[in-house]
Design a protein around this ligand. Structure first.
Ligand SMILES: Nc1nc2c([nH]c(=O)n2[C@H]2C[C@H](O)[C@@H](COP(=O)(O)OP(=O)(O)OP(=O)(O)O)O2)c(=O)[nH]1
Length: 316
């Protein structure tokens, strides 16, 4: 049997105080990431007489109305648990909070207090939006606030309203965009395979002088691959490409930054003898059997050389 996918359940809580027990959860919203039609909302009858006016004011909910009309906590949490458990037909629910500490603390306490257990798991653990973003981008805590994440993902139109049903949907959208943005993290690099007299041109940079690879580099904004290559050949070697034949794309790990890389390689002739610029540590020509080979970047040695041999350009 194939394993069902994980379903990230964005959970949003409004409360009338900082901790559950002395204070109450007054509304609970949930929404499934990537499945905007799957949402849940309930208000809850307060469980104590105490409340912090400033906390209550955040949601704007009328506590007296909740005392009269909202379902008791047992009933509301049973409905929430049923909704989560129903999701098990299509996936494996995982709690998602922003922050997981506050919303998770209320949700977990309420599930355990009123139902004896949580439909998420025994520990109340789950995902936290900001921690995930820090891990993905390497940013500091202070730069992982939701408004900043929204800015970077062009989601500033998504409103935060303090209505837990709407805010759970907002969180689900943001996390969906965070997940989708992962694919675009691949670093693009364009490189030239220049072959003269049966030898392939290699360079190394000052930052790692013992690692050799093809001349080239990363595109600047708006540049085509060909424009990047022409600029890089000029900057690194003071030459211009005479023609560029796409050899292919190679997916690997960028040897300097250690991040996922897609390398686009062109077979290129150049208009004169290359003269290495200061940013290069060394330049040389390999015949495919010499001491350069062990020092090649893995993507070049393991993927590009076989492609060049296959196409008959070099190494046969
Ligand atoms: N140019 C080039 N880079 C390669 C090859 N193979 C490989 O792993 N890389 C890696 C090395 C680096 O991690 C990254 C390219 O970085 P780079 O430092 O050459 O790019 P760049 O000239 O645009 O550098 P910069 O402006 O950031 O200084 O890709 C290759 O064959 N050619």
């Amino acid at each position: 049997m194939t394993k069902l996918p994980e379903l990230y359940v964005a959970v949003d809580v409004e409360a009338d105080g900082p901790i559950p027990g002395p204070y109450s959860m007054i509304s609970l919203g949930m929404a499934v990431v990537g499945r905007p039609e799957l949402t849940f909302y309930t208000e809850l009858r307060p469980i104590s007489d105490d409340f912090v006016p400033e906390a209550l004011a955040v949601s704007g909910l009328d506590r007296d109305r909740l005392l009269r009309e909202a379902p008791p906590a047992e009933e509301a949490m049973a409905a929430a648990a049923r909704w989560i458990n129903d999701l098990r037909r299509i996936g494996r629910p995982v709690f998602l909070g922003a922050p997981a500490v506050f919303d998770g603390m209320f949700a977990h306490w309420y599930f355990v207090r009123f139902l004896g257990k949580s439909p998420f798991n025994a520990s109340g653990s789950g995902l936290d939006l900001r921690s995930y973003w820090m891990g993905r981008t390497g940013c500091e805590w202070v730069d992982s606030r939701k408004p900043l994440i929204k800015q970077q993902l062009q989601l500033t139109d998504l409103r935060h309203t303090h209505h837990t049903g709407e805010d759970a949907v907002e969180l689900a959208h943001v996390f969906d965009a965070v997940l989708k943005s992962r694919g675009s993290e691949v670093m693009q690099v364009v490189a030239a395979a220049v072959v003269e007299d049966g030898r392939l041109l290699l360079v190394s940079k000052n930052i790692a002088p013992e690692v050799f690879y093809l001349p080239g580099g990363k595109p600047e904004d708006g540049e085509s691959a060909e424009e990047t290559l022409a600029r890089e050949l000029n900057e690194e070697l003071g030459v211009s490409p005479l023609d560029m034949d796409l050899l292919g794309h190679v997916d690997g790990t960028a040897v300097l930054e250690g991040v996922p890389m897609r390398l686009t390689v062109f077979v290129t002739r150049i208009d004169g003898p290359p003269a290495p610029a200061a940013e290069l540590a060394a330049m040389g020509w390999t015949n495919g059997r010499d001491s350069y080979i062990p020092r090649l970047a893995p993507a070049i040695r393991d993927q590009v050389l076989p492609m060049l041999a296959e196409s008959g350009v070099f190494g046969r």
